[in-house]
Design a binder for this molecule. Sequence first.
Ligand code: PEP
Ligand code: MN
Length: 265
Amino acid sequence: KLASREFHPENTVIEIGDVRIGGGELVVMGGPCAVESAEQIDEIARLVKAAGGQVLRGGAFKPRTGPYSFQGVGVEGLIMMAEAGKKHGLLTITEVMTPEYVDICAEYADILQVGTRNMQNFDLLRKLGEVRKPVLLKRGFSATYDELLNAAEYILAGGNKDVMLCERGIRTFEGYTRNTLDLSAIPVLQQLSHLPVISDPSHGTGRRELVEPMTRASVAAGADGLIIEMHTDPDNSMTGDGVQSLFPDQFARLLRELEQLAPII
Ligand code: PEP
Ligand code: MN
């Protein structure tokens, strides 16, 4: 299989501008769950850059559990985020939910995210195989490693080699945390596959106070990068993810700590 370490013994390194993912340097993607306004995403981009992050995250299209919840600002959000990224010198990552929107998302964002709910949306995966933009593929919340790697295979089989895998927590019997961040996924996926592995301690725990320790744990487990939610006003965020979003000063402190941690590990 194309995703397997057997097929491709060397690590895949994804190069986007001067950012290298999977090449040994830790990449940090930070930003809000959802793009809410031009001012919001611009201010958060400034803070992500100042803290030392490389990629601005933000959803313009949000996969909400209920149909009446805020669904994202749509294409306008893609434009707002692209402008903020360009202005502050950050790459951007955003979620794409349907094959029809792949081209427009690819036009505005540097990395396309497949959400946990869409890991086995095979039409979407096939379409992503046709574009030449890196894809961050999130593990389905009930998916095995094998199912995740098979999902990646759909994208790779189409000719898109720039796929990174993301552990974002799985559903277990534990209800205290929103999900259980499966730290073993990081070394296991790196053993089975050559693709970079990114950890999402925000969705992986659902609790702000756990993001910092699980970020450190992810780095210790060998993650190639992190995707972390940060918001300037988490209590008033437009999705329910404010409770897991770091305040800007926490985000900055965490990245300073990682700078010291990464070379040791
Ligand atoms: C997100 O990144 O905001 C998101 C919706 O993630 P997930 O698909 O992991 O729930
Ligand atoms: Mn979110």
